[in-house]
Design a protein around this ligand. Structure first.
Ligand code: GDP
Ligand code: MN
Length: 392
């Protein structure tokens, strides 16, 4: 079973990739310690700059993580404030993420902010480019407030966008000849970058036009499909565990998919679909998941034990629900893994197990005859009701 995980990279890394595709970005330096600030400002050769926290979350500006310094001393002061800052945005949750790196960039002079993004349109099985004259906002917000102000164009899997599409985009954006020429080049390069890097999302928000009519990528978000990392070695190395919860980082190293949530039921499942269904049912019965651990298709004893360890490392977990469909992986093998892991680990919270699929009866017998306090469930609703009862 394929896991749906994606690798997020920092803005500065995204811009390094974009620069390789001749996409114009303002020059920048990155510092991780304040002692390096003088050298950064010197080599950039600026007296004013924008200073930006490098964290895996959007909305940094609103969170106070993007600031303009109008003199060298101001740049230094801002950089020292932003380094080590805990950035709290809509996407990070209350705990926020710590900023370990700061970008010092040439200050852009902005006359217009636009939005430009590419995602994968699964229904059409093609990359989909979205562009809007409304920049700076989330695209979801634009879609809600000004649905007519987004133009969407698919392009082919070889990374080439049709001439007609480019023409339509230039008209839609009301670009003059000079800007249109740059815009076409920009978009052609971005489409190529998207396909060649196995990206699942690229977002340039804002794409800006300066008073000379030149276009620049002012911000860049870049997400790559994890399943392609084997052939995207340079991007795979951009993985930054400091931007994930410690559980997510450990899961990543063990090739498990882990998602932290806000509730108190730890969930071990296989497959993203089953994870969704489990979450819906838990919520339907009045509780919420603390996390999801997707053990994928080949859960060994060791993997199950490690998974329990990971789930339990979240102090909010008050009960564990194992919900696994044994197809290729047989239920008795999973049950053996669960029993072995429980004997090793001394799990203090109630454990509810629902197995379905190949050798399910054999699996259940193993659980029931283990002498362990495992609550078995017959079906999904039964499992959800039982686990919710335990945490209430
Ligand atoms: P985000 O808040 O995480 O999306 O960070 P952005 O890099 O998109 O910056 C947020 C906003 O700060 C942009 O939409 C701009 O309005 C502003 N900004 C960022 N860089 C510059 C710059 O170089 N010059 C000026 N004038 N404004 C900037
Ligand atoms: Mn942005």
């Amino acid at each position: 079973m394929q896991k749906e995980i994606f690798l997020n990279v920092h803005e500065f890394q995204a811009k390094e990739i974009l620069k390789k595709y001749q996409i114009p970005c303002h020059d920048f330096r990155i510092i991780s310690k304040i002692e390096d600030i003088d050298q950064a400002i010197d080599s950039l050769g600026v007296t004013e700059a924008v200073i930006k926290v490098q964290v895996h979350a959007g909305g940094r500006g609103k969170a106070g993580g993007v600031k303009i310094g109008k003199s060298v001393s101001e740049i230094k002061k801002i950089a020292s404030e932003l380094l080590g800052m805990t950035v709290v945005t809509k996407q990070t949750g209350e705990q926020g993420i710590i900023c370990h790196k700061v970008m010092i960039a040439e200050l852009a002079e902005i006359s217009t902010e636009y939005y430009l993004g590419i995602i994968v349109d699964r229904s059409q099985a093609k990359p989909l480019l979205m562009i809007s004259p409304e920049g700076g906002m989330d695209i979801e917000e634009v879609a809600e407030k000004f649905p007519d102000k987004i133009l969407k164009k698919t392009f082919s899997l070889d990374g080439k966008i049709a001439k007609d599409s480019l023409l339509e985009i230039c008209n839609f954006m009301k670009w003059d000849d000079k800007t249109a020429e740059q815009g076409c080049e920009f978009i052609r390069n971005l489409c190529k970058a998207f396909v060649e890097t196995d990206a699942s999302t690229i977002e340039i928000n804002p794409l800006i036009e300066d008073s000379k009519g030149d276009l620049w990528a002012l911000d860049a978000k870049f997400i790559v499909d994890d399943n392609a990392l084997f052939r995207q070695k340079a991007i795979a190395e951009m993985y930054d565990p400091s931007q994930m919860s410690s559980q997510e980082a450990v899961a990543h190293d063990m090739d498990l998919a882990y998602i932290a949530l806000e509730g108190n039921i730890g969930c071990m499942v296989n497959g993203a679909g089953l994870a969704m269904a489990t979450m819906d049912l838990i919520k339907h019965h009045g509780a919420a998941p603390a996390n999801f651990l997707d053990v994928g298709g080949g859960a060994t004893k060791e993997k199950v034990a490690k998974s329990f360890g990971l789930i339990l490392s979240d102090p909010n977990v008050k009960a564990i629900l194992v919900n696994i469909f044994g197809g290729i992986m047989r239920c008795d093998v999973i049950a053996e893994g669960i029993v072995a892991a429980c004997k090793e680990m001394d799990i203090k919270v109630p454990l509810i197990v629902r197995l379905e699929g190949t050798n399910v009866e054999k699996g259940k017998k193993l659980l029931e005859s283990s002498g362990l306090k495992i609550i078995t469930a017959d079906h999904l609703t039964d499992a959800a009701q039982k686990v919710v009862k335990e945490v209430k």
